[in-house]
Write a protein that binds this ligand. Structure first.
Ligand SMILES: Cc1cc2nc3c(=O)[nH]c(=O)nc-3n(C[C@H](O)[C@H](O)[C@H](O)COP(=O)(O)OP(=O)(O)OC[C@H]3O[C@@H](n4cnc5c(N)ncnc54)[C@H](O)[C@@H]3O)c2cc1C
Length: 408
């Protein structure tokens, strides 16, 4: 039988090492107040100390090749490690595999010239620099990047860029941004309109307007005004007109990386739900003994199980250089929905305590809400998977190919 749902020993070993590290070195440092804007300095100190320990423990950048100082794990092993990391909010920062740097590292590795890698990728890998990815704009639907209005005009060996971005995660404190701008409004193929530029954030014309306040507070998702920003030709990442393609290459694995982290959060919420149900007594029995509560637990377990299978299958496809678009779309949609469902059920079982800020559930719920529209809204993934199902049926008279071509 070729189907084997166990990890090879070396992957299981690394997963357990990360679990132990998170349990012993990271969990105790986790304190909700740490993420308040006023505690930024303390947060940085905790991350830097943790990073030192992670490096010593050989748990640095699971997603990057060894020649760049990483652990050189494949996507399936990264899935295992990331969900362990995400049991705490600090975990991925300490192992230097946090969004958006993780996605930017992949992008630079894939598209960067040697000079760009030396100048920008190296600093990210050392953990001494940070970056952001600037695509979304307030004026047009982020779901459709062919509408981007920020535009670059060639001037000699430079490009002059003007525009407006928002929700740019990690922009404050980032050393550089990967900026997506329109460079050819008339391109025959709409997906050829945009180009990616590497922009150093201390260059004139890159102006942070504000940290956008969200339903869970301010978390360094910035609004940026771009005014006559001059970028040299050599800072084009990939090719002119290749911005859309670069976004897609970046987003596939980056979406899956989010799913991996969300699985860790789902597991945490389900454990909390069960722990509460096993200790709270009402109307003659524990909550865990009530059928209504068991249904919440059962539905959560079933959805989590499906989420894990989808993520592992998508990771397996990426690892084996197979087409993974359908799998990642199904996974992103399902895992984001499951994240929301399970945390919401955990809040329900905790009652007023779940609504308070005395447990991490309230901030987990607020964070979970964006999962359903960022990196491809539910409806976009539904649209894409429906298109793939329809196309498969048109071409083969069967949807089999678009249900991930599994052998059943
Ligand atoms: C916490 C957070 C962090 C983020 N970080 C970054 C970042 O670092 N860099 C960056 O560039 N962006 C970032 N974003 C922005 C994010 O990528 C966008 O929110 C996302 O792409 C959706 O774009 P939009 O908000 O403009 O929504 P819109 O595109 O306006 O969509 C709104 C809603 O319309 C519906 N919709 C849209 N199109 C369709 C369609 N074709 N069919 C059916 N329904 C549709 C969906 O329900 C969707 O949720 C972040 C957002 C959040 C909340």
């Amino acid at each position: 039988m070729a189907i084997d749902f166990t990890f090879p020993t070396e992957v299981e070993d690394v997963r357990l090492r990360v679990r132990e590290f998170i349990e012993e070195e990271v969990k105790s440092k986790e304190d909700d107040g740490l993420w308040e804007a006023d505690n930024r300095q303390k947060l940085i100190e905790v991350i830097l100390k943790g990073r030192h320990k992670a490096k010593q423990a050989g748990l640095w950048m699971p997603h990057m090749p060894e020649e760049w100082g990483g652990m050189g794990l494949g996507p399936t092993a990264v899935a295992a490690v990331s969900s362990e990391c995400a049991k705490t909010r600090l975990g991925s920062f300490i192992l230097n595999c946090q969004a958006p740097d993780e996605g930017n590292m992949h992008t630079l590795l894939h598209f960067g010239t040697d000079e760009q890698k030396e100048k920008y990728l190296k600093g990210l890998c050392d953990g001494m620099q940070r970056s952001c990815f600037a695509m979304t704009e307030p004026e047009v639907a982020g779901s459709d990047p062919t509408l981007i209005q920020t535009h670059g005009v060639r001037d000699g060996d430079d490009w002059v860029i003007n525009g407006h971005k928002w929700f740019i995660s990690g922009a404050r404190g980032a050393n550089f941004a990967i900026l997506i701008a329109r460079t050819n409004a008339d391109a025959e193929i709409p997906q050829e309109r945009n180009t990616a530029f590497i922009v150093e954030t201390n260059w004139d014309g890159w102006n942070i307007v504000r940290d956008v306040e969200t339903m869970s507070g301010s978390h360094n998702h910035c609004e940026i005004k771009i005014e006559n920003l001059r970028v040299p030709d050599k800072n084009i990442l990939g090719r002119v007109g290749g911005g859309h393609e670069l976004g897609q290459v970046r987003l596939g694995p980056a979406r899956l990386a989010h799913c991996m982290r969300w699985i860790g959060q789902i597991e945490l919420a389900l454990d909390m739900m069960i722990e509460r149900a096993k200790t709270r007594f009402s109307h003659g029995s524990l909550l865990s003994e009530k059928q209504g509560i068991q249904w919440l637990i059962a539905d959560s377990g079933r959805e989590l199980y499906a989420a894990k299978l989808m993520v592992l299958h998508a990771a397996y496809k990426i690892e084996n250089k197979m087409d993974f678009k359908t799998e990642v779309s199904y996974a992103k949609h399902h895992v984001a929905q499951t994240l929301w469902n399970v945390i919401d059920r955990a809040v329900q079982v905790h009652g007023a305590l779940g609504y308070s800020t005395d447990t991490p559930l309230s901030s987990m719920l607020a964070q979970a809400r964006w999962a359903r529209f960022a990196d491809g809204a539910d409806e976009i993934h539904q649209m894409r998977t429906a298109q793939m199902l329809l196309r498969a049926h048109d071409e083969k008279g069967s949807t089999r190919r678009a249900t991930c071509a599994l052998p059943i």
